[in-house]
Design a protein around this ligand. Structure first.
Ligand code: CP
Length: 314
């Protein structure tokens, strides 16, 4: 594996999940693999979990870590070919990616959707430009359309809590005061389709994800009906794909204790950060069925597995 750009870079989900679960038992067992190697983490957007868990994963493998926040600190980058750079952008990604490749052995990048132009976001200009011009492997730490480290984490967490029978997994849209990208939901939908589970998506009319991602996954516009007998309830807000970037704060879609009673004593999952009492009631996220903290812990092992595979190949 050269880059970890999307779920499609996972050759066998079962093998990866099992390997990550093994890594979690002895996280320092490959401490020499990354000695004298450096990972550069470039952030064009804020983070808590991704930033710290990816650093932790790299440290567990013996790597050095360099972190840079582009917002407010880096030169603003130009991505267009042949652009006359007489406006705001100071440096072209062609130079930036090649320069960073000389300082690091692996690059990881976070660059969210701008939610202004769907075609531009779904072109993945930032991530794909770095992949094109960098001479080192690139890891996606959440791009405009996907968050594959989060999705791998989610698959690990679900596997750890899986009942002996085929579980029902529900991805539920929830309200949010800000328009959020579809990245987390997209990658979760992609990975859930590869799991041995009955998978249902529930959201209000108008919040359909891209059909090339949802494929044949059933969509239920009745949240309470969808939640019935669920074993896992994965909650996430996303803005509209069709009416691109439109958001909603419809509180009828908030996850409540009453709604969780419709489930099969389901585990509550969320990638975090979460707006308490907007997305989910305190009584749910603080309940013993909430596995959000464990889920966040697994971010380290998902990142460590991806890094390990990249280091083993290089
Ligand atoms: N879930 C996730 O990616 O968290 P951060 O935005 O804090 O990194």
């Amino acid at each position: 594996m050269n880059n970890y750009f999307s779920i499609k870079d996972i050759d066998s989900l079962d093998n990866w999940v099992n390997e990550a679960i093994e890594l979690k038992k002895t996280p320092l067992s490959n401490k020499m693999l990354g000695v004298d190697k450096t990972i550069g983490l470039l952030f064009f957007n804020p983070s808590l979990r991704t930033r710290l868990s990816t650093q932790k994963a790299a440290l567990n493998l013996g790597m050095n870590v360099i972190v840079m926040n582009f917002t407010g600190e880096g030169w603003s980058l130009e991505y267009g070919d042949g652009t006359v750079m007489d406006q705001g952008n100071s440096e072209h990604v062609k130079e930036a990616a090649q320069v960073v490749s000389q300082y690091c052995d692996v690059l990881a990048i976070r660059a969210f959707a701008k939610l202004e132009n769907r075609e531009e976001d779904y072109e993945e200009k930032v991530m794909k430009s770095f992949i094109k011009y960098a001479s080192i492997p690139v890891i996606n730490m959440e791009s405009a359309t996907g968050h594959p480290l989060q999705a791998l984490t989610d698959a690990i967490t679900i596997t750890e809590h899986k009942p002996t029978y085929r579980p029902k997994i529900v991805l539920s849209w929830a309200p949010h005061p800000k328009a959020l990208p579809q990245a987390v939901a997209n990658s979760f939908v992609e990975i859930a389709q590869q799991m041995e589970a009955d998978f249902v998506i529930t959201h209000p009319v108008g919040f359909e994800l891209a059909s090339q991602i949802t494929n044949e996954v059933p969509i239920d516009y009745n949240q309470e009906h969808a939640l019935k007998d669920a074993d896992f309830v994965y909650v996430k807000n996303w803005s509209s794909y069709n009416d691109y970037g439109k958001s909603s704060q419809d509180q009828h879609w908030k996850i409540t204790e009453e709604k969780m009673k419709l489930t099969n004593n389901a585990k509550f999952m969320h990638c975090l950060p979460v707006r308490r009492n907007v997305v989910v009631d305190d009584t749910v996220i603080d309940s013993e069925n909430s596995i959000v903290i464990e889920q966040a812990n697994n971010r380290t092992y998902a990142a460590q597995l991806v890094l390990k595979k990249i280091l083993e190949k290089s």
